[in-house]
Every structure is written in structure tokens, then in C-alpha cells.
Design a protein around this ligand. Structure first.
Ligand SMILES: Nc1ncnc2c1ncn2[C@@H]1O[C@H](COP(=O)(O)OP(=O)(O)OP(=O)(O)O)[C@@H](O)[C@H]1O
Ligand SMILES: [Mg+2]
Length: 343
């Protein structure tokens, strides 16, 4: 199967998804479409084992980065967990993974009412693996370098977001009213934070390393008490607070609940909303456990990253306007919380 996939990847794969499904034939067990990325996952059975093939057609920049991440990890002699092989070609790119359980994630368990104690063990195990990866590859690069990485990513995503008129209006709002309370808008918060060298210095780490890069609760798989992280992000080496920020965004920021549609949103004015994210007890417990693992500065750095993650993801979700507005409002709330804690 991998030989045929590799051959197809090297040619321009004209048949699209239906040709791929035809090629997988009766090995195909099920298809899992991604929420907001162009890749699709196929559960396939071969020689009595089930595998997962993640496929993206065409240029496939995200999946290429993911394949590169697994290769980088291998080159450094570090564990690659579920990875078997991957190939990036002009026609398609694919990643072949061992299947881990039924694909249940920490998000699934939290939203199904799992206790914070159980969830905490899974999240801690994934975080420990991430921290170990980071420590084995970390290097001092200085705060200026890390700050430039942050600024560059943000500038690209903000300008992509501005291509959507409703997002431009939201991003430019000086005040965002949520449930009757006026909170400072995103541009104002960013100007305040980035315009104060002392705050920039306080919020910017000086070390980077390899990390999973997208350690939110929907990427932590759980099976019979053990965990595996999927969907790693290739590219730049990152500060570890980037991934702490992904977890903070997931549990404290409301990302997991928003992705599951567990929120109520009603527009009441130009940049005014009634907005409530469902309180999920497992997330609240996880947020407390996570905060307890950090000193105050690392926690605030992670909160800062979490707020930035909300802004950075807006263009990728933009076609779903209600969901993206909810993500924007979660970002505004996190910036407000961060500025209050920094005051
Ligand atoms: N090796 C695996 N074994 C079992 N299930 C898996 C495996 N890899 C991925 N999955 C399932 O597929 C889902 C999506 O995988 P992944 O995160 O790699 O794709 P994605 O393109 O980022 O999708 P999304 O945008 O939904 O996160 C996972 O949340 C998990 O439920
Ligand atoms: Mg994912």
C-alpha cells in the first residue's frame, strides 16, 4: 500500500479523493475529515492491523511540515511514537501512523464528563513528553530572537485575518462589549503589550527547542491509561511556553468547548455580544492543575501565548463566522485577564 501511495504522490494525482478511496479498496475501514485543515484521515486495515493514513492533496504545506517534524525527531535519535513512514510529493502527501486506540482525545473525555484527576494524568504525561523533547534539543537564542518569531507570526496572521471584512471590523474595534462589559480590543491590547519593553522582556523566554508545537487537548490521544500526541507542527524551534499556551488555550481559554460547539453567542451591536462558553468541570480542573505546575512568570508567559494563539488562528477558521467570532472573543477575554494580572 505504501509503495502505491508513494507512486501516486510522485505523479500529479488527478483522481482526487475518490481515486484514493478506490485504491485503498476493502482495506479502508473509515474516513475522518478534519475540522479545519485540508487533510483527511483514513483508517485502513492491513495484515490484521489497523493503521491511520493522513492525506493531503496538492502543495500540502501543513502535512509536509508534519512529515518534516517526524524526520527531524528521527534524525536526532528521539522517539517518534506512532510514526511509520511519510512522503511528500507533488500529487499528494501522506503520513502512515500506527493506530492508537479509537482516536479518543483528552477533549473528548473532558466533554464527556471525565474527572479532572484522570484528565490531569493524561495531560501531565503528554506535557512531560513534550518537556523532555524540549530539554533534549533546547538552545539559548536570546529574547530578541524569540520576540521576532512571535511578532512575525502574528503580523502574517493579522494581515490574513484582515482580508475578511467581519474580522477586520472585530480586530479594529477599540472596545469589545461582552455581556454588557467593555473590554479593550485586540489591537489595543497588542499595542499595550508590545509597546512596553519591560512587559515584552517579562513575557518573552530566551530558549527554544523542539516541541510537539500544537499540544492542545484535541491532539492528545488516550487509550487504556496511556497517551500519545498526534499532529505535531514542524518549522521553527519554539519556546516551551508556546505549547503550555496551547494547553491553556484549550482548557482555560475555552478552545476545546468552542470546537465542540458548546457555547452560546448572540450579536447585540457593532462589536457587542452576549457570549457564554459552557463550563466543563474537567477543563476547569485541568486549568488549575496546569497553573499549579508553573511559576507565576511561566504561567503569564503561557497565558500570553494562549491569547496570541486565538488571534493567530482566526484566518484558518474564518469561513465559519460564528465559531471564529467566538474564538476572537475568547482571545479578548484572555488578553483582559493577562493585563489584569500584569497590572
Ligand atoms: N494514530 C492515530 N490513531 C488513532 N486515531 C488517530 C490517530 N491520528 C489521528 N487520529 C484521530 O484523528 C483526529 C485528527 O487527527 P489530526 O489531529 O492529526 O488531524 P488534523 O488534520 O489536525 O485534524 P483536526 O484539525 O481535527 O485536529 C485525532 O483527533 C484523532 O481522533
Ligand atoms: Mg489535530
Amino acid at each position: 500500500m505504501t509503495t502505491r501511495l508513494r507512486e501516486q504522490a510522485e505523479h500529479s494525482f488527478s483522481g482526487g479523493e475518490s481515486a484514493l478511496i478506490g485504491m485503498l479498496g476493502d482495506r479502508l475501514v473509515s474516513v475522518l475529515r478534519s475540522h479545519n485543515t485540508p487533510s483527511t484521515l483514513y483508517y485502513v486495515c492491513a495484515d490484521g492491523e489497523t493503521y491511520v493514513v493522513k492525506v493531503e492533496f496538492g502543495r500540502a504545506p501543513t502535512l509536509r511540515d508534519e512529515i518534516r517534524w517526524y524526520r527531524d525527531v528521527a534524525r536526532r535519535g528521539l522517539p517518534r511514537s506512532l510514526f511509520i513512514t511519510g512522503h511528500a510529493g507533488p500529487g499528494l502527501s501522506f503520513l502512515l501512523l500506527k493506530r492508537f486506540g479509537d482516536g479518543s482525545t483528552v477533549d473528548d473525555l473532558a466533554l464527556a464528563g471525565e474527572s479532572a484527576g484522570q484528565l490531569g494524568r493524561h495531560a501531565a504525561s503528554a506535557l512531560d513528553d513534550d518537556i523532555e523533547l524540549f530539554h533534549r534539543t533546547e538552545r539559548h537564542v536570546g529574547q530578541d530572537h524569540v520576540h521576532q518569531l512571535t511578532e512575525r507570526r502574528l503580523a502574517v496572521r493579522r494581515s490574513q485575518a484582515r482580508e475578511f471584512p467581519y474580522l477586520r471590523t472585530l480586530m479594529d474595534a477599540d472596545v469589545v462589549t461582552m455581556n454588557g462589559a467593555g473590554l479593550p480590543g485586540v489591537s489595543r491590547c497588542l499595542n499595550r503589550l508590545f509597546g512596553d519593553p519591560r512587559l515584552v522582556s517579562y513575557l518573552t523566554p530566551d530558549r527554544v527547542g523542539m516541541t510537539f508545537g500544537d499540544l492542545h487537548c484535541g491532539n492528545i490521544l488516550v487509550h487504556e491509561g496511556s497517551t500519545e500526541v498526534v499532529d505535531p507542527r514542524g518549522g521553527h524551534l519554539l519556546p516551551i511556553t508556546y505549547d503550555y499556551g496551547k494547553l491553556v488555550q484549550s482548557v482555560e481559554g475555552g478552545y476545546g468547548a468552542i470546537m465542540a460547539g458548546r457555547y452560546v453567542l448572540r450579536r447585540t451591536g457593532k462589536a457587542a455580544y452576549e457570549f457564554a462558553v459552557e463550563a466543563v468541570p474537567g477543563y476547569a480542573g485541568l486549568a488549575a492543575l496546569l497553573a499549579a505546575r508553573c511559576d507565576e512568570r511561566s504561567y503569564l508567559q503561557s497565558l500570553f501565548q494562549a491569547a496570541l494563539h486565538f488571534v493567530a488562528m482566526l484566518p484558518h477558521h474564518a469561513s465559519a463566522q460564528e465559531e471564529t467570532t467566538a474564538l476572537f472573543l475568547c482571545g479578548v477575554s484572555l488578553f483582559d485577564k493577562l493585563l489584569a494580572l500584569l497590572a
